[in-house]
Design a protein around this ligand. Sequence first.
Ligand code: FMN
Length: 222
Amino acid sequence: MKVSEAIESRMTVRQFLDKPVPLDTIRDLLEISKRAPSGGNLQPWNVHVLTGEPLERLVDDVKDKQDRGVTETPEYNVYPPELVDPYKTRRRIVGQALYDLIGVPREDTPGKLRQLARNYRFFDAPVGLFFVLHRQMEVGQYADVGMFMQNIMLLAREYGLDTCPQEAWARWPKTLKEHLSLADHEITFCGMALGYKDEGAVINKLISDREKFENFVTLHGF
Ligand SMILES: Cc1cc2nc3c(=O)[nH]c(=O)nc-3n(C[C@H](O)[C@H](O)[C@H](O)COP(=O)(O)O)c2cc1C
């Protein structure tokens, strides 16, 4: 597979098949992806990979907490509190497209929350990853971890696998600290569902928009 094919075929998958991913494959994905660049070669990523019972325990714990109305305070803002345009509009458009596709009407808040809650089952993927950093890290190191994550997501395509990066997990920092046995100096930045795409699932038909070249590129000296 060419890099361009991996980039073009990568999409966020939100329904996975009940088909395990072999440990050897996970090892390949992480071993190869670790060639990602990082400022000063800090390699600021620490990865926790869950499957089977540990994954089930986490999923059940979050579900139980949600059923009891328990919430936690996120340790960072996933989005700026006052998101400005055009970003705010882009976010609204992709959200609306997703709900339209799965038939959740605009005013159906419980339906939207049910869909959001599916994040906390990794959309039925057999594998969940968490990307953990030292709290000391700055914006640059978060970008480094993003590049590492992108390597995993692109390489997954070569193995016939798909992914969903998941910042939704930022809502459960205490629960993740317990389940992953994190130290006080560690912060969970992002989750990721990994598995085989359910090709028949309507939700996986969502193709998100991208801006035109002219709208995000400023050429100098051409
Ligand atoms: C860092 C990051 C976190 C994300 N978190 C979530 C998430 O928690 N849940 C979700 O359904 N999608 C999540 N997404 C997926 C985005 O919504 C998706 O990438 C975007 O809409 C573009 O669609 P595409 O990935 O299919 O091209 C996340 C993406 C990134 C890069």
